[in-house]
Ligand binder design. Structure first.
Ligand SMILES: [Zn+2]
Ligand SMILES: [Zn+2]
Length: 520
């Protein structure tokens, strides 16, 4: 009878009606009325799921027969059911955990549902493994789906466990934030990497190259990869912040905390253990850590916390192009050229499709020891940065700027270092040779030159920093320039040199006004 199409449609319809009733009952018992954000999440997740699974069934698996379509549809219905319920539990947990006087049985209902989801996943896994009808590829796909749903449900259960343990205990649990962070990190990375492998498997299993499905899967892979990258970057930042905090802000003693007679300004809870900032303000370690992940000032008085030195030690060259830090870089003394690691990339076309070609690309980075680029466009980013700083400080040798940039990796930080005198400038002028810029002859010309060649982004900071360092020199030089030009602007000249001159003079005038305003 099931071979009749009408009967089949009726059976499928009846199954979906039954499932809808079950979902309604679960929703009524466990969640009650859904909040609008929960509805929104359900809708988004559902249509996303339908879209990707449609691509999977017809694009990746290339299902032809009606029976196979039915098998996959019922499988994905189960998975969608479990996945949506997990998402709902997660949303509800986040909502309930923020309201401290939620009755306990609300929590137990959600937890019970999560346990039910995990048992369903286990059941599906077992039936998958024991079934003799499914081939190896399909089984791996199905198992990956089960693992993803189980991991997500387990994650919510673990978070729930931590939360319930915390609300059962009256006193503040200092290590809760650290534990939550590491649970989140581990479970999120586990889900993301399983998902990544699952998609890679999809891409390589079927013969789907250069099809719409492969494009969609590649986009999805790219998205998952960027998510993993973001998560790892965040973790790097977290570790840096923790190391900084432990090194620089000591634990306050009990007497100090009692003398303070204050609550933590971040969470408004009383303090038993706290860290002390140089400005004299106290915070919980966990609160301070999550604050420092976003900001480097004191939460109470906004005093800038000096954590730059440690950052510099931790990340010696964030923006330095690949190869400069490479210990394998070899110095060739005869030609004064540093040869860096070669980048070798090989594409094996026939491995994927018989008609695709094979080819290799090899890139070698070369830089002279004087810091100037060879005819190959290598290390261009660092060179640009060196030139930018040298334009501002022509008296500082290129090699000195380059060395500092390799440490800081930022034009602003190096500029600060030079202005604050952290950079030692040797007296030997031979090192400072830049072909495009003539060397300054005296102190007066030098400050003039600094202003003229300053890039627009640095204009403002120079206008304020030069009077602080050498007020008489800078002021006289600009005054002498502006006094030589009685009228600025007024008409639009046709000669480009004249227009440039007018613009330069205008800039001088603006700088002079800003400086006067600052000094008064
Ligand atoms: Zn706190
Ligand atoms: Zn403070």
């Amino acid at each position: 009878m099931m071979d009749e199409p009408v009967c089949l449609v009726l059976a499928v319809n009846a199954t979906y009606c039954l499932l809808a009733i079950i979902v309604q009952i679960i929703q009524k018992i466990v969640f009650g009325k859904l909040r609008s954000i929960e509805y929104q999440h359900m809708r988004d997740k559902f249509w996303n799921f339908v879209f990707y699974k449609f691509i999977f069934i017809f694009g990746v698996m290339n299902v032809q027969s009606l029976n196979e379509v039915l098998v996959w549809m019922s499988w994905f219905t189960c998975i969608a059911f479990l996945l949506l319920l997990t998402k709902l539990c997660k949303d509800r947990f986040e909502y309930l955990s923020f309201s401290p006087n939620t009755p306990m049985y609300y929590h137990w209902k959600v937890l019970g549902l999560l346990v039910f989801i995990i048992s369903c996943c286990l059941l599906l896994t077992v039936s998958c493994l024991t079934s003799s009808l499914i081939d190896m590829h399909s089984m791996t796909f199905m198992l990956a789906e089960c693992v993803i749903v189980t991991t997500k449900a387990l994650h919510v259960i673990m978070r729930y466990g931590i939360h319930l343990y915390d609300i059962q205990h009256e006193d503040l649990w200092e290590r809760k934030a650290t534990l939550v962070y590491h649970v989140d990190l581990f479970m999120e990375l586990l889900t993301l990497s399983t998902n990544f492998l699952h998609h890679l498997h999809m891409l390589f299993s079927g013969n789907i190259w250069l099809s719409m499905a492969s494009l969609v899967i590649c986009m999805q892979l790219r998205y998952i990869f960027s998510e993993i990258q973001k998560r790892l970057l965040r973790h790097k930042n977290y570790r840096r912040v923790v190391a900084n905090m432990e090194a620089q802000f000591p634990q306050a003693s009990r007497e100090e905390i009692e003398a303070q007679e204050d609550q933590c300004a971040i969470c408004w809870e009383p303090m038993e253990n706290a860290r002390k900032l140089p400005c004299g303000h106290f915070f919980h370690s966990a609160c301070l850590r999550s604050w420092l992940e976003q900001d480097t000032t004191c939460p109470t008085c906004r005093k800038q916390l000096d954590i730059r030195n440690t950052i510099r030690r931790d990340r010696p060259a964030r923006l330095v192009p690949d190869g400069l830090n490479d210990p394998r870089a070899v110095l060739n003394p005869t030609v004064g050229v540093v040869q860096h690691r070669n980048h070798f990339w090989h594409f094996d076309g026939p491995r994927f499709a018989s008609w695709l070609p094979s080819f290799s690309v090899e890139v070698t980075s070369l830089t002279t020891t004087t810091g100037m680029p060879t005819n190959q466009p290598s290390n261009s980013q660092l060179d640009t940065m060196v030139r930018e700083v040298h334009d501002i400080f022509p008296q500082v040798p290129l090699q000195v700027i380059r060395n500092d940039l390799q440490i800081t990796g930022s034009v602003e930080a190096t500029t600060d270092n030079i202005l604050e005198g952290h950079v030692t400038i040797p007296t030997n002028p031979r090192l400072s040779t830049l072909p495009q810029t003539p060397p300054p002859t005296n102190e007066d010309d030098q400050s003039n030159f600094q202003i003229q060649t300053a890039s627009t982004s640095m204009l403002l900071s120079l206008a304020f920093s030069i009077p602080l360092l050498t007020p008489p020199v800078a002021t006289t030089s600009v005054q002498s320039t502006s006094s030589g030009v009685p009228t600025i602007g007024g008409h639009f000249s046709k000669a480009p040199q004249e227009r440039e001159q007018v613009l330069k003079d205008r800039r001088m005038e603006l700088l002079r006004q800003a400086r006067l305003k600052y000094l008064n």
